[in-house]
Structure formats: C-alpha cells, structure tokens
Design a protein around this ligand. Structure first.
Ligand SMILES: CC(C)(COP(=O)(O)OP(=O)(O)OC[C@H]1O[C@@H](n2cnc3c(N)ncnc32)[C@H](O)[C@@H]1OP(=O)(O)O)[C@@H](O)C(=O)NCCC(=O)NCCS
Length: 164
C-alpha cells in the first residue's frame, strides 16, 4: 500500500462533476447531481468534505453529513475506486468524527448494506456499533441495511481506531 498525503477541504459546487464520476463508479443506485446540490445548498444542516492528494486538483473522495437535532447522519461517503485502501476513507471519516466532537454532538448514525464489507469494516474500526436493521432498505439490488451508531462518549479521537 502506498501512503497518500491527503488534504481535506469543504466541498463546493465546483467539485460536483468530479464527485459525480466517483459516485457513479461506486454505487449501483447513485445520487443525482441535484441531490448533491441540495445538500451543498443546505448550509444550516449539511456539511461535506472532499479529499485531494497533496499538489493535485483531482477529487479522490468525499463525505456528506447532516445534522438532525443532536445527531449527525452520515449520508454518503465514497473514494475513487483506483485509490481505495490507501487511507482516504479513514481520513474522511476521521474528519466527520472531529466535526462531531467540535460541535459537541453525542452520536453519529448511518446505514450500510449488509454485504458492504469494506464500508462495514471501516465503520467498525472507528467504533461504530450495530443498533438495528432496516429490511429491504436498498434497491438495485434489494438488500437490508444495518443501522450503525457511533457514540462520542464511548469513544475518543485518541482511541485505538483513530490512529489509522
Ligand atoms: C468504503 C470506502 C469509502 C473505504 O474507503 P478506502 O479509502 O478504501 O478506505 P481506507 O483505505 O481508509 O481503509 C480504512 C479501513 O477500512 C476497512 N476497509 C477498507 N477497504 C476494505 C476492503 N476492501 N475490505 C475490507 N476492509 C476494508 C479496513 O479496516 C481499512 O483499514 P486497513 O486498510 O488498515 O485494513 C470505499 O471502499 C468506497 O468508496 N466504497 C464504495 C462506496 C461505499 O460503499 N460507501 C459506503 C456506503 S455506506
């Protein structure tokens, strides 16, 4: 594995074309550009970060999160298929957990396909725990979602999972 020097910045509308390319390569039922735009325009509740390699303008990954009361919801995270397993996903997730801590929020929740081993392993490594199942939550193909939760009180940014 070659380590990347990863830079994270807030997402802007100018990143959308590159985000769409990664999205389409990552999901059987991708978000539309309008869905991303809605999140970017929702300045009150939505937050998003993109990852770039140092010295390179290309977007290599992104994460979208939303604030609902005292919870953060992880809506979407993906990494360029050519640059996976190099720490980009972990860097994006670490950034969202820092955001959670800075905002003094208690927990983050997300849904993940039961068969999505890479994502599941990533979340479990960072301290997310399974709290439920949503039957037939996904389509194309139809599949159950696991509901995972990260509790700020039970974890710390200095914890084992955060040192990846
Ligand atoms: C899930 C995803 C974002 C991970 O991004 P990534 O940059 O490859 O992840 P990282 O390199 O930071 O890996 C961090 C940890 O995640 C886990 N992981 C990542 N890819 C994995 C794989 N293919 N198999 C098993 N575990 C994996 C490992 O625990 C890994 O740590 P390690 O490399 O020290 O073993 C990426 O696979 C992706 O974009 N998938 C398609 C989109 C998607 O499914 N998003 C999640 C929707 S819920």
């Amino acid at each position: 594995m070659t380590a990347l020097q990863i830079h994270l910045t807030p997402t802007t509308v100018f990143d959308l074309e590159q985000i769409m390319a990664i999205e389409k390569a990552s999901f059987p039922f991708p978000w539309t550009k309008g869905m991303f735009l809605n999140e970017l325009l929702d300045k009150s509740y939505s937050t998003s970060f993109i990852a770039r390699e140092a010295g390179d303008a290309r977007v290599i990954g992104y994460v979208f999160i939303k604030t609902l009361y005292d919870e953060l919801h992880l809506l979407n995270i993906a990494v360029d298929p050519m640059l996976r397993r190099k720490g980009v996903g972990a860097a994006l997730l670490r950034q969202t957990l820092s955001f959670l801590e800075v905002k003094r929020m208690r927990k983050m929740i997300l849904e993940v396909r039961v068969s999505n081993r890479p994502a599941l392993d990533l979340y479990l490594k960072f301290g997310f725990r399974e709290i439920g199942l949503r039957p037939n939550y996904y389509c194309q193909p139809t599949e159950n979602a696991l509901l995972l939760q990260y509790e700020a009180a039970a974890n710390s940014l200095l914890g084992e999972g955060m040192r990846t």
